[in-house]
Design a protein around this ligand. Structure first.
Ligand SMILES: C[S@@+](CC[C@H](N)C(=O)[O-])C[C@H]1O[C@@H](n2cnc3c(N)ncnc32)[C@H](O)[C@@H]1O
Length: 308
């Protein structure tokens, strides 16, 4: 089966990674294999690409897509574990690492998994079915306070507390099991749509991030990724959520500074040395043309840095 996923900021990513024939590269979010195809092309016949994805279905799809390509190592794992696989496969030196965060169009299209609020499905939301916590589990066991915190912090949902109360009220009658159940809990708060965004969008985003521990994974992987890279090697991260982008921005800012002492300290006492050099100042966003052809790219933000 072909992937439905359209890679975001494709040319910008490939140009920023500055790859040469023979390079070894890691795609930590292989997904539908869109960027991965470009990486294979850039490293040529003597290069190698390690493709990682938490979702075994993504890995199977890529296996079919790049059938028998000896340059490709595919691993079904969370990307925070990359160091282990670099050692296991003696995959060094690493010239670049790409992280294209969030879900793929293939996962969204698999309606039974619940990623789409427009379709009926299970409240699963897991990238990796081997993990035990589903969105259903969170919705039916978390306290109202915890649910409100998830919707507020991970979804910027202004009516987080009311939605949390609505969920708790609904589950006192019967546990929430399907996306229809969750949609009706949200609809009890938002009786009609305000503005362009469907109110379910923020709730779904927050629950997906919570189920897959996405901010925690990102926080864990960034220092590991820098550690793995060879000097001059590049790290590119595409995020779709303000919380994710903040983590990358703060990490890059700190790691690219020689001293972290407060401004009032005249002579550096911390001894911190920069380990990264920013390649792009600020973020790279998709062009209007890309947003027109691939609306999902709208919120994409690319940041790139090189290991010193
Ligand atoms: C936006 S898609 C990647 C699309 C890919 N770049 C392409 O061009 O086809 C994100 C993928 O990353 C995977 N993913 C998200 N978080 C992950 C994590 N912490 N570890 C491993 N895979 C992850 C998801 O399962 C999904 O397949």
């Amino acid at each position: 089966m072909a992937s439905r996923h359209e890679p975001v900021l494709y040319h910008e990513v490939l140009s920023a990674l500055n790859l040469a024939p023979g390079d070894k590269v890691i795609d930590g979010t292989a997904g539908g294999g869109g960027h991965l195809a470009g990486l294979l092309n850039a490293v040529g016949p003597t290069g190698q690409v390690m493709g990682i994805d938490a979702d075994p279905k993504a890995i199977n799809l890529i296996k079919q897509k790049f059938f028998n390509d000896q340059r490709l190592i595919l691993i079904n794992s969370w990307f925070s574990a990359i160091q282990k696989y670099v050692q296991r496969f003696n995959f060094e030196p690493v010239a670049a690492i790409l992280l294209d965060l969030g879900w793929s169009a293939d996962q969204l299209a698999d309606t039974s998994r619940g990623f789409s609020f427009n379709a009926s499905g299970q409240l699963d939301f897991r990238y990796n079915p081997q993990t035990t916590v589903t969105a259903e589990h969170i919705l039916n066991t978390a306290t109202a306070e915890k649910l409100a915190e998830i919707f507020k912090n991970l979804g910027d949902e202004p009516r987080a507390k009311a939605i949390a109360r609505s969920i708790v009220k609904q589950r006192q009658v019967a546990p929430l099991k399907t996306t229809d159940d969750l949609r009706s809990a949200v609809a009890a708060v938002y009786r009609r749509q305000v503005g362009k965004l469907n109110p379910a969008t923020r709730v779904w985003q927050a629950l997906r991030l919570a189920t897959n521990q996405e901010l925690e994974e990102l926080t864990k992987v960034l220092p590991v990724a820098v550690n793995i890279l060879k000097p001059g090697g590049r790290l590119a991260v595409i995020s779709f959520h303000s919380g994710e982008d903040r983590i990358v921005k703060n990490f890059f800012a700190r790691a690219s500074k020689d001293c972290l002492c407060p401004p009032e300290v005249p002579v550096c006492k911390c001894g911190h040395k920069a380990i990264l050099k920013l390649i792009s100042r600020g973020v790279t966003k998709p062009t209007d043309q890309e947003i027109r052809t691939n609306p999902r790219s709208r919120s994409a933000r690319l940041r790139v840095a090189a290991k010193i």
